[in-house]
Write a protein that binds this ligand. Structure first.
Ligand code: PHE
Length: 450
């Protein structure tokens, strides 16, 4: 067994691991999802509530996932099997693997849209278009069938290529190069945005909370966003933790990863809202179209818009890639560890399956009426409900079945002076499960309300 596990691959350093896990966390969820949710949920107040959710739910659950993975050194299914042999807990891992496959299938479709927009910005430049033309372009592209399918294919192929390279040579190498590039591009955009004439209004929308706007819905939206954005609840962090050498500290890693994720989401909002408020007639509560409709509009109206526009879509595509490789890795790790497949075969077969599964999503924006709304429904069921269920079960597993004592022993292997035991235990056993359960019930009731 141990010889099998030694050949699984490892991160070469703690920095490599933190960058890869941050790469998983930082994705469309940060740069697309976070500003969209902030715009819809009252601006600064959402940013504030989100911060609280990351601190009291996000970080503790991430520590739990890293700990499970490193203690068991296995894929999500194998991890539960190894820690409590012969129990039904392994189905939490199965749920994670299935969730990863489905999220990957539609994530790659949306990531494909970002490639298309990168291509379009580079080739067509920032020719001024009216808002109506931009909206029409977006609709005719996403509803077009073949275009979205082609870019979905290109994106999936890139993902497969990186994962085929393995842990150190593929994922770690790609993320260590891509993450700093992403950070640099984002800073550039923030600078451009806040120096535009008239940016102050957007800055104040984003930073001055109106606490009168806090509501149950805002809190629930923030929590759901935190889960997706931190890649929690489906074993991505269990899988990444399983390649972490025993000497590296789990707790500080989780803190670094969560805070980088938070920082990038925060900067993404900073790049978008100040610019948005400088264009008359644009509103922050556009919903999901914010990135594809509002931004091209902004880019077509600001100096050097083509360069900033291309930088933005490149950034988005990079962020999406470092996340999609983690989605694929979860399923690939399952086939390597549980079924003994070679990595290459696992990456190819699973990636192709995710491509096929993504076809209805690629056709879901109007091309084939049969698939209308497919992407949104898959995202609701898997990107929201399934992640919550997984996260809840992971807390219950660590809090009550495997046990806080065993988990803390694993954490102390690399950090003998770990001082957060009691705080973490209270969060994992009571606060997080309760908060997630409330969110879940709300999501499910929401189904009947709409
Ligand atoms: N966290 C990624 C994002 O923000 C998405 C993701 C979710 C990746 C779950 C892996 C697991 O885009």
């Amino acid at each position: 067994m141990s010889s099998v596990n030694n050949s699984r691959g490892n991160w070469s350093s703690k920095l490599g691991f933190v960058l890869a896990a941050a790469g998983s966390a930082i994705g469309l969820g940060n740069i697309w999802g976070f500003p969209t949710q902030t715009g819809l949920n009252g601006g600064a107040v959402f940013v504030f509530v989100y911060l609280i959710c990351v601190l009291i739910v996000g970080i503790p659950v991430m520590v739990a996932e890293f700990t499970i993975g490193r203690a068991a050194r296995n894929d999500p299914v194998g991890s539960f099997k190894a820690l409590v042999p012969g129990s039904a807990w392994k189905y939490v891992g199965v749920l994670g693997v299935v969730t990863g496959l489905v999220i990957l299938s539609y994530y790659s479709v949306v990531a494909g849209w970002t490639l298309k927009y990168l291509w379009r910005t580079l080739t067509e430049g920032a020719t001024p278009h009216s808002a109506a033309q931009i909206a029409e372009q977006f609709e005719s592209f996403t509803a077009g069938g073949i275009g979205p399918l082609f870019f979905h294919l290109v994106f999936m192929a890139l993902t497969i290529w990186v994962v085929t390279g393995g842990i150190e040579g593929g994922i770690e190498k790609a993320t260590t190069v891509l993450m700093p590039v992403l950070f640099g591009l984002l800073l550039l955009l923030v600078l451009r945005s806040v120096t535009l004439p008239g940016a102050a209004e957007g800055v104040s929308f984003y930073l001055k909370p109106d606490f009168g706007k806090i509501s149950g819905d805002v809190v629930l939206a923030a929590m759901g966003q935190a889960f997706f954005s931190l890649s929690l609840g489906m074993g991505a962090m269990i899988t990444y933790g399983s390649y972490l050498p025993q000497k590296e500290d789990l707790f500080s890693s989780a803190v670094y990863v969560s805070l980088s994720d938070l920082l990038i989401a925060f900067l993404a909002g900073f790049a978008i809202f100040p610019a948005l408020f400088t264009v008359p007639g644009l509103r922050p509560d556009q919903g999901p179209s914010l990135i594809f409709l509002v931004l091209p509009n902004i880019f077509s109206q600001i100096p050097l818009g083509q360069i900033f526009g291309a930088a933005f879509y490149l950034l988005l595509a990079i962020a999406a890639l470092t996340s999609s490789i983690s989605l694929l890795e979860v399923v690939v790790a399952y086939f390597i560890d549980q079924k003994g497949w070679p990595r290459r075969r696992a990456a190819l077969v699973v990636g192709s399956a995710a491509f096929v599964l993504g076809i209805p999503s690629a056709f879901s924006q109007g091309y084939l009426p049969l698939f209308a709304g497919f992407l949104e429904q898959a995202d609701f069921l898997f990107g929201k409900v399934a992640l919550m269920v997984g996260g809840l079960l992971i807390c219950l597993f660590v809090g009550y079945r495997w046990g806080i004592a065993a988990a803390v022993e694993e954490i102390r292997r690399s950090n003998p002076r770990f001082r957060w035991r009691s705080v973490w235990a209270v969060l994992v056993r009571f606060v997080c499960p309760l908060a997630i359960a409330v969110l879940l019930v709300d999501r499910i009731l929401g189904l009947f309300r709409s």
